[in-house]
Design a binder for this molecule. Structure first.
Ligand code: GLV
Length: 317
């Protein structure tokens, strides 16, 4: 019997390839380090029944119309804003993703950004390199104490919960959140309080974004939103760069409307090396490394491969 062909659009932890090969799939992997041009991806998918892609592949209506024979698209990511789910559903292509396995790693990056910005990790490191560490100056590099402060979570799903749990445990922070639904676990376990968007903006000392990017959330952190935040607030985004408007964030930081920002996601990605945010004080930008640990990436590879295996065995990812 002919093997079912899976095309993998990036080199992933070897787990994915091994699991698929062991399950008797034919596996073809894009070997280059640079992302696949869309036309090449379409070409490569012509002879495949399944695509294992990543969050940087643009799986839009055009791609889907050119590859309607695909039976499943399994993305190596929890977010699937790069995939036109409506178009895929209309054509009848199943979509799988990797929730759960990257929760802790991503929450850690949000927590790390919060502490790093609050205590000037990056600014002060740069000062040493520039020969600016000359004396002890008691009034320089003063940071923000996090103990007992208010953490606002925008989008309280699994990752937001883990960020809140860490912040509560370490700094006894008060947790407020803005979310479509009540998060009963967070209310019971962390004493979290659901608030309106305006209350989230005006009450948060640290505002951490954990929502998915969609038509309702795109650009929601804009000039108007930043103007409602505390002057001492830190803005953290580890979800998607599209949730904040970059020039409005820069404006809010320059005019001291907010105090600092920590970003693991930008819009576009990669961020241009000349971007103003990279040289601003109290700003730390990371290159989208939320899930980037050995264990987490290998778990994502396992889950993305298993989604395909389960789909062909049981009809569902
Ligand atoms: C990372 O951003 C993911 O969605 O997995």
């Amino acid at each position: 019997m002919e093997k079912i062909k899976v095309f993998i659009s990036r080199q992933l932890p070897i787990t994915a390839e091994d699991l698929l090969s062991q399950a008797d799939f034919e596996v073809v992997v894009w070997q280059e380090e640079y992302p696949m041009p869309k036309s090449t991806l379409i070409e490569q998918c012509q002879s495949a029944s399944a695509l294992l892609c990543t969050g940087i592949d643009e799986i839009d209506a055009g791609f889907l119309e050119a590859c309607p024979h695909l039976e499943i698209i399994s993305t190596f990511a929890v977010g699937f804003d790069n995939i036109d789910i409506n178009a895929a559903t209309k054509i009848g292509i199943s979509v799988g993703h990797t929730p759960g396995v990257l929760t802790e790693a991503t929450a850690e990056i949000a927590f790390g950004l919060m502490l790093s910005v609050a205590r000037h990790f990056l600014d002060t490191n740069r000062q040493i390199g520039k020969g600016e560490w000359k004396y002890f100056i008691p009034t320089k590099n003063l940071g923000i104490d996090l103990k007992g402060k208010t953490l606002g979570i925008f989008g309280l799903g699994a990752i937001g919960f883990e960020m809140a749990r860490r912040s509560k445990a370490v700094y006894d922070m008060n947790i407020i959140y803005c979310n479509r639904n009540i998060n009963h676990d967070a209310e019971k376990q962390l004493g979290a309080k659901r608030v309106s968007m305006d209350e989230l903006l005006s009450q948060s000392d640290v505002l951490s974004v954990h929502a998915s990017l969609n038509a309702d959330t795109k650009g929601i952190f804009n000039k108007g939103a930043f103007s409602k935040m505390k002057k001492t607030a830190i803005f953290i985004n580890t979800a998607r760069g599209g949730l904040h408007v970059e020039e409005d964030l820069i404006g809010a930081l320059e005019s001291n409307e907010i105090w600092g920002a920590g970003l693991d996601v930008t819009n576009p990605e990669p961020m241009h090396p000349d971007n103003k945010l990279l040289s601003m004080p109290r700003v730390l930008v990371l290159p989208h490394i939320g899930s980037s640990t050995y264990f987490t990436r290998s778990e994502m590879a396992r889950l993305a491969a298993e989604n395909i295996i389960h789909f062909f065995r049981n009809g569902k990812p």
